[in-house]
Design a protein around this ligand. Structure first.
Ligand SMILES: *[C@@H]1O[C@H](CO)[C@@H](O)[C@H](O)[C@H]1NC(C)=O
Ligand SMILES: *[C@@H]1O[C@H](CO)[C@@H](O)[C@H](O)[C@H]1NC(C)=O
Ligand SMILES: [Zn+2]
Ligand SMILES: [Zn+2]
Length: 610
């Protein structure tokens, strides 16, 4: 008996040991195996939305950043699966885009007119509500593309409540229908949709933006409210190229107006323009979602329409999906790429590939190997800051055009921080990178000034009042336009900055001790529901505030003498104003060089270890 027990015992020990060994062996057999970081699933409601905004041509995804490696073809596949998932449960899924499709990436910007190759790819996504942003209105040729290509393509799904354009005979007409009223396919919900652009004052002459303040007292708006009374509307959707922060007064005004007319109707805003992830609760039945920028983020929002809900968090749910194939597959519940890619998605991927080939976007000009260079994830003085890199390494290589006149030995070169559009990541530096980082084809000009005065210009331009001048509401004398968009409204939203400094824990993901160790750097979004909105937990990146301008200095000791102050020609009025405010006299401006920042960077990366 004892012998038998002993034998059983030995067998058990042997089994246990071999299991442990096997586990050990398996783990060791695959040294790269890592626990998969936790993800937060989407919560489907009765009506669901996928939202994009401020894509700015990034339809190929981020080729040097794995976190955002999804492209427009992957999104097309994902949207299809999500519609099917929703339909299978008799729920609705609507797709919304809130504009800014130009200016940000080689795919959109290398062609003439810009958008010629990217827009036909963009429209492969079957949006239910699509509208425009200010970047569709700077140049008439871009507005014309909306009118000739995008509006006809989407038909009644294109909504634009407060922008008009001019017919050849001089009459202004709405760019698209101002209001859309429709019934969803599954639940037969009656949706009333508007689409507003913020009070944008620099539109091309053939287009006209009516500020929301005026629009809501125009006859068409009153007629729309009368035509679709509360009893005939289940949900109101406002697609706005307007930041959703509560401090944006235009949105508050719209909110007050709509709520007065529809006291008990569920209303959902989708916003854009300031390039951030955000979600705001306006009242118990109204929330606003903003879904970032540049195909980094796909916004998800769901609403439970049940009348028995008392907690707003049970009614609305929001997620910021990292724009990546992994996350798309996870949410679509597809375990293999074969299952995930649809034929229409694959077709869009092929369109992207041939456009890139035809446009030469992947032509390699150099390599970035030593570091990523960030616009604002590190302070300005940090060697990994792109402005530090530009002012210390790149700008000093600027050569004076041979034809220009006499010059001084000392030099300052001033650039506005908005002259850089995006971080520079490790990897091949291509024609596309040039467009992504700094494509602006400006001439450099120069003035000679007493050194003491010259040194005060940049600090003057960076004074608080210059930054705040126009921030009451994006007006055209807004010096904030010297900065990149996501930085423009930071002072506007001081609570946001304070929150960014707080280290984040993941109470909803506790129990997975590996989470904290595994997470990559990325967005940690604090919004009105807390910080559980990012579908992938990240280690927070901090957006350090950027000044309006930075400068490179090639100076000798002492304050005497004259220096060449070099800057982009479009800054002439800013520099002149600063010099005059400093009590100086602004001398005549001379042409200096046409090697604009992007070209200079191309040459630098090609010739140096970067
Ligand atoms: C909506 O909320 C109600 C009440 O809490 C719940 O019974 C229902 O399952 C929810 N519907 C969906 C689609 O989640
Ligand atoms: C301009 O053309 C439009 C469309 O053909 C027409 O409706 C409108 O009356 C015309 N306006 C003038 C001032 O002729
Ligand atoms: Zn934008
Ligand atoms: Zn915008």
């Amino acid at each position: 008996m004892r012998v038998i027990l002993l034998i059983i015992g030995l067998i058990a020990i042997f089994y246990y040991a071999s299991e442990t060994l096997r586990e050990k062996f398996l783990i060791n057999a695959d040294p790269w195996a890592k626990p998969v970081p936790a993800k937060r699933p989407l919560r489907l409601g009765d009506i669901n939305f996928l939202h994009t905004t401020d894509t700015h041509g990034w339809l190929s995804g981020h080729l040097n950043q794995k976190t955002y490696n999804g492209d427009w073809g992957d999104f097309v596949s994902f949207a299809k699966h999500m519609r099917q998932l929703a339909q299978a449960q008799n729920r609705d899924l609507l797709l919304v885009d809130t504009g800014d499709r130009h200016d940000g990436n080689g795919l959109s910007d290398i062609t003439s007119p810009n958008g010629a190759r990217s827009l036909p790819i963009f429209v492969k996504l079957e949006y239910d509500i699509v509208t425009l942003g200010n970047h569709e209105l700077y140049l008439w040729e871009n507005s014309a593309q909306e009118i000739d290509v995008v509006v006809p393509h989407y038909g009644e799904n294109y909504v634009c409540s407060n922008v008009e354009y001019q017919l050849p005979n001089g009459t202004f007409v709405p760019l698209a229908q101002r209001v859309r009223y429709f019934t969803t396919p599954q639940q037969k919900l009656r949706v009333l949709a508007f689409a507003f652009l913020f009070d944008f004052t620099r539109a091309n002459k053939k287009t006209r933006v009516t500020p929301i303040l005026e629009a809501v007292s125009q006859p068409w708006f009153k007629e729309a409210l009368a035509a679709y009374p509360a009893l005939e509307v289940d949900v109101i959707v406002v697609a706005g190229h307007v930041p959703v922060t509560k401090r944006w007064t235009e949105l508050q005004l719209l909110h007050a107006t709509l709520r007065a007319a529809y006291p008990h109707t569920i209303i959902q805003y989708f916003g854009g323009h300031s390039h951030v992830r955000d979600f705001q609760v306006f009242d118990e039945l109204l929330t606003a979602l903003q879904s970032g920028r540049f195909c980094e983020t796909l916004g998800f929002l769901s609403i439970n329409l049940s009348s028995s809900i008392t907690d707003i968090k049970d009614r609305f749910s929001r997620s910021y999906i990292d724009f990546s194939v992994d996350l798309f597959m996870f949410h679509a519940q597809k375990s293999s790429p074969q299952e995930f890619h649809t034929s229409s998605g694959t077709e869009v991927k092929a369109m992207l590939a041939s456009a890139r080939e035809d446009l030469g976007l992947d032509k390699v000009l150099g390599h970035v190997t030593t570091s990523n260079y960030y616009m604002d994830y590190v302070p300005l003085s940090h060697p990994k800051n792109i402005f530090h890199f530009l002012t210390h390494s790149v700008l000093p290589t600027l050569e004076r055009n041979a034809t220009s006149g006499p010059h001084n030995d000392q030099r300052l070169i001033i650039i506005n921080t908005g002259s850089v559009r995006y971080d520079l990541y490790k990897g091949p530096y291509t024609v596309d990178s040039h467009y992504i980082v700094s494509p602006f084809q400006n001439d450099w000009v120069k003035v000679s000034l007493p050194k003491e005065l010259a040194l005060k210009i940049a600090p003057k331009l960076n004074e608080k009042e210059y930054i705040l001048a126009g921030q009451q509401k994006g007006s055209s004398n807004d010096y904030g336009y010297l900065k990149p968009p996501h930085q423009r409204y930071m002072e506007f939203d001081t609570s946001r900055q304070a929150r960014d400094q707080v280290p984040v824990s993941y109470p909803d993901l506790d129990g997975d001790a590996d989470v904290k160790a595994q997470v990559s750097k990325g967005y940690v979004t604090w919004d009105d529901f807390g910080h559980s909105g990012d579908d992938t937990p990240h280690r927070a990146v901090i957006n350090y505030p950027l000044p309006n301008v930075v400068q490179s200095t090639e100076l000798q000791p002492g304050l005497d003498g004259t220096v060449d102050v070099v800057f982009y020609s479009f800054l002439i009025s800013n520099i002149a104003a600063a010099v005059e405010e400093l009590g100086g006299e602004f001398p005549p401006v001379e042409f200096y060089s046409d090697t604009y920042l992007g070209l200079l960077l191309d040459q630098y990366v090609a010739g140096h270890k970067v």
